[in-house]
Ligand binder design. Structure first.
Ligand code: DGL
Length: 271
């Protein structure tokens, strides 16, 4: 298959990475996309780094076997714990990740020289301090306040994105920022943009910039492919692979994407 016609691979632990897939479809409507959601093993954010790395390797190999021309790590937890391993395994296939894109977005959009930035993410992402380190190396004066929100991923996977329980849970987590005047808050987990309307309503300041790295990673992917003359002008398919409960995934994904999924398949055998 010629390079341009090869698909783009995107993966996450579950439905969260669809926020990235949607942005990629908008930026590059004629690309074929292969999406992998590891629904049998979600959530990743409460697991050890070694385990997340092992999962990431298996999925990367799966995508490489499908002949992808680019891999987007649509999971902050994997970006924080396993990006180097994914890059190594991918070899010549370029790899983009949501943490680099999130930091890039802050640099482009935040017009404050000594900002206070909130980061919400999984336990693993917050513990890795990946955002904190990247932001502190970008700004000479910055205050970064992090809060792990482990209950949000199960709520999103359950489709409870506008449920009263989601509101209560977010109210609790966002209390961590009540004494801060946040210039920006990073949605440091790709499941969290699903709660964006609620987050925006609950933040004490309406001036706080809400950073979701999906649009930025999609833009970087587009720039890269255009630059390498690697864009496909004739595709546009969207194939999903999951490791468990395909019907459930399909239902949630179709609701979020606003169209039917034409291809959804379960993967059980990694060898
Ligand atoms: N959506 C993922 C992230 O961005 C994974 C969440 C999880 O599985 O815990 O971190």
């Amino acid at each position: 298959m010629n390079n341009q016609k090869r698909p783009i691979g995107i993966f996450d632990s579950g439905i969260g990475g669809l926020t990235v897939a949607k942005a990629v479809k908008e930026a590059l409507p004629h690309e074929d996309i292969i999406y992998f959601g590891d629904t049998a093993r979600v959530p990743y954010g409460i697991k050890s780094e070694e385990t997340v790395r092992m999962y990431a390797m298996e999925i990367t190999q799966f995508l490489l076997d499908k002949g992808v021309k680019m891999i987007l790590i649509a999971c902050n937890t994997v970006s924080a714990s396993a990006k180097e391993d994914v890059v190594r395994l991918a070899g010549e296939v370029p790899v983009l990740d949501v943490i680099s894109s999130g930091v890039q977005t802050i640099k482009e959009e935040l017009r404050v020289s000594e900002p206070t930035v909130g980061v919400i993410g999984t336990l693993a992402t917050v513990r890795s301090e990946a955002y904190k380190k990247a932001l502190e190396s970008t700004y000479s004066q910055i205050q970064v306040v992090q809060e792990a929100c482990p209950l949000l991923v199960p709520l999103a996977e359950e489709g409870w994105i506008d449920h009263a329980v989601a509101r209560l849970t977010l109210e609790h987590y966002l209390q961590a920022f009540q004494d801060q005047s946040l210039d920006a808050i990073i949605l440091g987990c790709t499941h969290y943009p699903l709660f964006k309307p609620l987050i925006s309503e609950l933040l004490s300041s309406k001036e706080t910039l809400i950073i979701d790295s999906a649009v930025s990673i999609a833009r970087t992917a587009k720039d890269y492919l255009e630059h390498q003359d690697g864009c496909n002008n004739q595709g546009g398919s969207f194939s999903c692979y999951v490791s468990d409960r395909p019907q459930r995934f399909q239902e949630l994904a179709e609701r979020f994407l606003g169209h039917e999924l034409s291809h959804i398949e379960i993967v059980r055998d990694w060898t």
